[in-house]
Design a protein around this ligand. Structure first.
Ligand code: SF4
Ligand code: SF4
Length: 426
């Protein structure tokens, strides 16, 4: 039997509130059991996801802490898809996602941020103030971005807690803003080089682009299997693959996702599904779903539907585009990175027709019977865009439902009733 490792000393060294953190881990473990381990007919290769969650605050953090100690690597945390992980990797850094999906230390948070702030922003602030996130605590540099108003103002406070670099993300797409964005990408590269003490070279950037593209290629393969009926893998497990992509080692994740894609492709050939053929198929779109915010996916699938795609930052937007691999110089590759990231269709852009087109195309390709569009409470951007989406769905004849929710469980009963009615109707 493997020796049990006690990670408490490591968490203590990171400056965490070990007792509060034990409580968080117990709660997440319970949620995981209820949301994931009660599923029937999961692909066997999803065992990888169980391991990721089991090690998320322990073994994975130990690996990063060890790399910091032995190779002098630096951890660079971020909250948004516009922060290119290729740049961090090319400078010998370890990129990690810091978005969090649970209410924590809300009283303390509300001493610094307004009550009516989106739960995602309150959550990462609460995880810092409550000292329960080893990813935040082990980050040497945190990269924020001027995206929505809530985040950009919250970073003013967060920057008093951690060393930060802020990227200016444009809100419209044209040649002028692309030029600014390319300059921002270079500013980030310089800042990361300063932090890691490692110069980005053509070789290291090429390799970082390849490693990151491989991750995205594996996720694309897996996603393609979800067009089948019966669908081989659940929305819950698929969501977790992308959540894991923000935390786990890139090459390990790529190998595991390719193994999942192999198994799911075989399942499609054999007609094996996670839900029976003919189960109602939902396309999710909206705000990101950070770990451990699994409430909505769980209740949609427990209502008898299956989620076949996620048009969001913890889904399709993460893996839909690759960085062009033909660049030879650092400059050419930084341009290619800028171009790839400028293609992300977040609601911070105005207008944002690319997102509407993506949703409609995915609904068609994945044979969705309905679209569920969710915005986290107080997220004006996604709330506003829901009207455009609803209109487009109506014109395309696809049933559509908009949900606004938060990280609490208070609305779970009411949401279940609405989702069940929607699934029955489509
Ligand atoms: S929804 Fe927009 S602001 Fe949020 S992570 Fe995605 S790209 Fe960034
Ligand atoms: S969900 Fe909306 S309000 Fe919250 S951080 Fe993302 S874009 Fe900002």
């Amino acid at each position: 039997m493997a020796e049990e490792i006690d990670y408490h000393p490591m968490w203590k060294d990171l400056g965490m509130d070990v007792e509060a953190h034990d409580g968080l881990l117990a709660a997440v473990g319970g949620m995981y059991q209820d949301v994931f381990l009660t599923q029937e007919n999961r692909p066997k290769s999803t065992e990888y996801l169980d391991n990721v969650v089991m090690n998320i605050h322990s073994g994975r953090i130990k690996e990063m802490v060890d790399h910091k100690a032995s190779d002098g690597q630096k951890v660079v945390g971020s909250f948004c898809l516009y922060v290119p992980e290729e740049i961090v990797r090319a400078a010998n850094g370890i990129p990690v996602g810091l978005c969090s999906g649970a209410d924590w230390a809300t009283d303390k948070v509300e001493e610094h941020l307004p009550r009516n702030t989106c739960p995602l922003i309150k959550s990462f602030t609460g995880f810092k103030l409550g000292k329960v996130c080893p990813y935040i605590e082990s980050s040497d540099l945190v990269v924020g971005e001027n995206t929505c108003d809530g985040k950009k103002k919250a970073y003013e406070y967060f920057g008093t807690q951690k060393p930060m670099h802020i990227m200016d993300v444009p809100n419209v797409k044209n040649d002028g803003t692309m030029a600014n964005w390319k300059a921002e990408i270079r500013r980030l590269a310089e800042r990361v080089e300063q932090e890691t003490g490692t110069k980005i070279t053509a070789e290291s950037l090429k390799e970082a682009i390849r490693v990151t593209n491989d991750k995205r290629r594996a996720l694309q393969r897996l996603s393609a299997t979800r067009a089948a009926d019966p669908v081989p893998i659940s929305g819950r497990d698929s969501l977790l693959t992308v959540q894991a992509a923000f935390m786990d080692d890139a090459e390990r994740l790529t190998g595991a996702i390719n193994a999942m894609a192999d198994e799911c492709e075989q399942r499609v050939r054999d007609g094996v599904g996670v839900a029976p053929k003919g189960t109602k198929r939902i396309l999710y779109t909206g705000t990101p779903m950070a770990v451990p915010f699994w409430k909505l996916f769980s209740l949609i699938e427990k209502a008898g539907a299956v989620i076949v795609g996620e048009e969001c930052c913890t889904g399709y937007r993460y893996y839909k585009d690759l960085v062009d691999e033909s660049g030879k110089t650092v400059d050419e590759m930084l341009d290619a990175i800028a171009e790839r990231y400028f293609n992300i269709n977040c609601a911070i852009f105005t207008p944002n027709p690319g997102r509407i087109e993506d949703v409609m195309r995915l609904a068609k390709e994945l044979h969705a019977d309905g679209i569920i569009d969710c915005s986290l409470q107080f997220c004006t951007l996604y709330d506003m865009e829901s009207f455009t989406l609803e209109k487009a769905a109506k014109e395309a004849g696809i049933p559509y439902m908009h949900i606004s929710t938060d990280y609490s469980n208070e609305d779970a009963g009411q949401l279940s009733t609405r989702v069940e009615a929607f699934v029955e109707m489509i």
